[in-house]
Design a protein around this ligand. Structure first.
Ligand code: 5GP
Length: 235
């Protein structure tokens, strides 16, 4: 595997071409941002941990028949993935009220939802990732109705798998963000990462936050929380 030209640098990851035109290399950085880049910092060791946690979840999902872009881990911060035509949407799945939903619905944090909620954000830094519904998605031709049906079905399946895996580690999955893309054949695959950067993980007994909210809300113990999640999942 030869690391080629840099294709794209995001807030938490850098994507490189490789000598295989169908595969890319993702490098996980320690950089952290919140509030659409308004707050910036470094979480020491985050890239290494997120690379490991994401690989763990992608492998567990694959074992349960849910395909992702994950190919292999080739370094502490480096993952090889399938090159996809990315869909410019963030798919947010919620099980418990937290984050932006607190303000939007006027419900207290930690209120359980009787069934999961799926939301869509338009992936656009310039616009601040505005929320969309299926009508916007159709009108903007971001994805077809059939693709959206597949994405919702996959997102709910992923939610069920992750909740079950995490429950065994005494962690509640509060909410998370997913991204999807199309492979060469047009098959919808899970992409991006699954880590404390894009999921809310709470200890099931104490409700201690074990995710990026510790950075967003200046709660301290940020590195320790990421390490704790890796330990619970893999030790
Ligand atoms: P909220 O809308 O409450 O801020 O976020 C809901 C969930 O989606 C949280 O788990 C949060 O980490 C994730 N999420 C939403 N937007 C983004 C984003 O732009 N980047 C990342 N990494 N996660 C996001």
């Amino acid at each position: 595997m030869v690391k080629g030209n840099m294709l794209y640098e995001g807030k938490a990851k850098i994507v490189y071409e490789t000598d295989n035109p169908d595969e890319l290399l993702v490098y996980f950085k320690d950089d952290a941002t919140a509030g659409n880049g308004a707050k910036k910092g470094i979480i020491d060791g985050k890239g290494v941990i997120n690379n490991k946690i994401s690989a763990y979840f992608f492998k567990q999902l694959k074992a349960r028949g849910i395909k992702s872009h994950f190919v292999d881990t080739i370094g502490p911060r480096e993952m090889v993935v399938k090159r996809l035509d990315m869909i410019k949407l963030e798919i947010i799945v919620r099980n418990v009220v937290a984050g932006s939903l607190v303000k939007r619905l006027g419900l207290p944090e930690a209120t359980p939802l009787t069934s999961p909620i799926i939301e869509y954000d338009y992936k656009s830094d310039e616009l601040g990732d505005p929320m969309l519904n299926r009508w916007h998605i159709m009108a903007l031709k971001l994805a077809t109705i059939d693709e959206m049906n597949q994405i919702e079905h996959l997102s709910l399946s992923i939610n069920a798998v992750l909740r079950e895996l995490l429950k065994a580690k005494n962690v509640d999955l509060i909410d998370f963000k997913l991204e999807f893309g199309r492979d060469k054949d047009g098959t919808i695959l899970l992409a991006d990462e699954i880590s404390p950067d894009n999921c809310r993980f709470w200890d099931a007994d104490t409700h201690e936050k074990l995710d990026k909210d510790r950075f967003r809300q200046d709660l301290g113990g940020v590195e320790e929380a990421y390490q704790e999640m890796l330990n619970r999942l893999t030790l």
